[in-house]
Design a protein around this ligand. Structure first.
Ligand code: MN
Length: 232
């Protein structure tokens, strides 16, 4: 064990269907604008040549089913329903076949966003951290191993707020596929077990307030939920 000067938390984990141990969250990478209809609603063009990324601190992980405090310094707290994938073997400069073999599991995720802060940062050409990378902003449901998830394509991806459908698309709408994202990201990083990738959100993002309940799902994966509590 490392001899730390202060008590330090372990890495968060995400439950995996059929496994007693959890998947460790060491790094979280997020793809921006990976559905054309969402890019359009954000008033920006899609780059079909290559994905772009931002990241979240792994300590900002929250389990599906939690109640989250409405976060500070925002008046426009948004949901983004996403497909997450996690890496199961080291890969660098991956071929498509290597990328596919490196994907260990898939799951539902929420990329919770302080939209007002993100848009201020975007307008000032500053980093998105305050808008995207804050406490409890990365919500994950139970993972399903890749071998148990049908080839990606026709599955519906959807999100409801208080039972009303807000996001409704299909994984075939992804501009950059999961394999393409792993191929591309592995040009920049030595990907390894512990790396979680959120693959972007479809159209229909919007705000939630205290008392709202978010539910979401992707065909073939465990569903996700989050209840919004009062501000601190
Ligand atoms: Mn997102």
């Amino acid at each position: 064990m490392t001899d730390y000067l202060f008590d330090t938390p372990d890495f968060p984990t995400i439950p995996v269907q059929g496994e007693a141990a959890g998947y460790p969250v060491v790094r979280i990478f997020c793809v921006g604008r990976n559905y054309a209809a969402h890019a359009a609603e954000m008033g920006v063009d899609v780059d079909r040549e290559a994905p772009f990324y931002f990241s979240k601190n792994p300590m900002h992980t929250l389990a599906s089913g939690s109640t989250v405090k409405y976060p500070p310094q925002t008046e426009n707290y948004h949901y983004e329903m996403e497909l997450a994938l996690v890496i199961g073997k080291p890969v660098f400069r991956a071929t498509a076949a290597e990328a596919e073999a490196a994907i260990y599991a898939y799951g539902c995720a929420l990329d919770m966003t302080r939209r007002d802060l993100q848009l201020v940062a975007r307008a000032k050409q500053r980093p998105w951290d305050l808008g995207k990378d804050f406490e409890d902003s990365a919500v994950f449901a139970e993972l399903t191993k890749a071998a148990d998830f049908a080839p990606i394509g026709p599955q519906r991806i959807h999100l409801e707020v208080n039972g009303e459908t807000k996001q409704d698309a299909h994984l075939s709408d992804l501009i950059h596929s999961c394999i393409d994202v792993v191929v591309d990201l592995s040009k920049f990083y030595h990907l390894a077990p512990g790396d979680v990738i959120m693959t972007g959100t479809p159209a229909g993002v919007g705000p939630v307030v205290a008392g709202d309940k978010i539910t979401g799902g992707i065909d073939g994966l465990a569903p996700i939920s989050l209840t919004i509590g009062a501000a601190e």
